[in-house]
Ligand binder design. Structure first.
Ligand code: SAM
Length: 379
């Protein structure tokens, strides 16, 4: 960003960027770059990246078709021919040929000997993976909301499917939501929770703590995973009343009722129960605008003792190698949902400092694309 008085270095950078933009925008230069041996590989890579943006929606629809038809589960039992697949999936020959051609190109499926098709490297990762398949299936709402992306950006789309799906994002009194209103998103969160719980629990050892309170903890899936890693840890879950009731049932089903309590409430109005020496906020902060985040962090601060720890885990903007996930995917997803945004670790750190937390450090996770982790202390 240019300041009021640009330094000579900034001036130079600005003119270099302007010159590069003019060059890349020139059809004549692009034609030359595509044929000149030294620039050809770069030009091809850029054309490929650009075309992936142009066609990305279609790639997602191929994936959606495969997931809906349970193609990958079927191929997990062994390779099949096109005719066998047509029969099993109830598709005409033309339809299955198109789906297989597209799926091979996208590495979801791989041709095998004897005219058969088996799992490709990406399709194999979808087998027995409700975390990803449920995410893919619920994206139909996102596609509907993005049918006119400009209208969404202008704030002109009054009816948004994702706003109904995540009703706490826009309602005045989230604590009044019923079980029917929280059921679908809570199930999706439980299905996708294994993607993140392993990441967080591998990065941070909870055995040093007495009681963990998971705020916005959904149906308790994260706490159940934490309980298995830290057998002496006592557990509290705080979520909207209808969600906390679901967590209560999960704790009972996992034989954790003696160790875990679920408390219902609204973290933007109510105080949080005391007694935990560590609080986690897993995939919670990115759902909310700064004012609500400030309230959540203030409530967490008030609930923790001096020396207490806060874990903030979620996908973060600006993550190296996953930049598109934070600002492009979550940016538009959360806009359609009605509140929140992905934030960089630096912005989250500022919010934590503003709420009175200190010694904020980023702890590396195996797959930062899925979740980053910040650990903060209360001095
Ligand atoms: C995106 S989900 C994450 C759930 C869980 N932490 C996970 O990672 O699977 C956000 C959670 O915050 C809860 N939540 C949203 N607004 C809330 C509020 N005002 N008070 C308490 N919980 C709230 C939701 O009910 C939901 O369970």
């Amino acid at each position: 960003m240019s300041t009021l008085v640009d330094t000579p270095v900034q001036d130079w950078r600005e003119s270099a960027a302007g010159w590069r933009d003019r060059l890349l925008a020139s059809p004549k230069f692009r034609r030359w770059a595509a044929t000149f041996p030294l620039t050809r590989p770069i030009a091809r890579r850029r054309a490929g990246a650009l075309f992936d943006l142009v066609a990305g929606f279609v790639y997602s629809q191929v994936l959606l078709a495969g997931v809906r038809l349970r193609l990958f589960d079927l191929l997990a039992d062994g390779p099949l021919t096109e005719a066998e697949l047509a029969l099993r999936l109830g598709l005409p020959r033309e339809g299955i040929a198109r789906l297989l051609g597209a799926s091979v190109a996208l590495k979801l499926v791989r041709p095998r000997t004897g005219g058969r098709f088996g799992l490709g490297p990406l399709g194999a990762a979808l087998v027995d993976n409700p975390a990803i398949t449920e995410m893919v299936l619920h994206h139909t709402m996102l596609y509907a909301d993005l049918a006119d992306p400009v209208a969404l950006l202008r704030g002109e789309r009054a009816e948004r499917a994702l706003a109904h799906y995540w009703p706490y994002a826009e309602t005045e009194r989230p604590a009044d939501l019923t079980d029917a209103q929280v059921a679908a998103y809570t199930r999706l969160m439980a299905a996708s929770q294994p993607l993140v719980s392993g990441e967080i629990l591998d990065a941070y050892d909870l055995r040093r703590h007495r009681r963990l309170m998971d705020v916005g903890g959904g149906d308790g899936s994260f706490l159940c995973a934490a309980a298995a890693r830290a057998p002496k840890l006592a557990l509290t879950l705080f979520d909207l009343p209808a969600v906390a009731a679901r967590a209560e049932s999960r704790f009972a089903a996992h034989g954790l009722s003696g160790r875990a309590q679920a408390v219902g409430g609204d973290f933007s109005r109510d105080s949080l129960p005391k007694g935990a020496d560590v609080i986690s906020l897993v995939r919670v902060v990115h759902d909310h605008d700064d004012a609500t985040v400030a309230k959540i962090l203030a409530a967490a601060r008030a609930a923790l003792p001096v020396g207490g720890t806060l874990l903030l885990a979620e996908p973060m903007a600006g993550t190296s190698g996953a930049e598109a996930m934070g600002d492009a995917y979550f940016g538009l997803y959360l806009l359609a949902m009605g509140s929140g945004r992905a934030r960089t670790p630096a912005v989250l750190t500022e919010l934590l400092h503003a709420a009175g937390f200190a010694r904020v450090r980023q702890v590396a996770t195996h797959t930062p694309l899925l979740t980053g982790l910040l650990v903060a202390k209360l001095d």
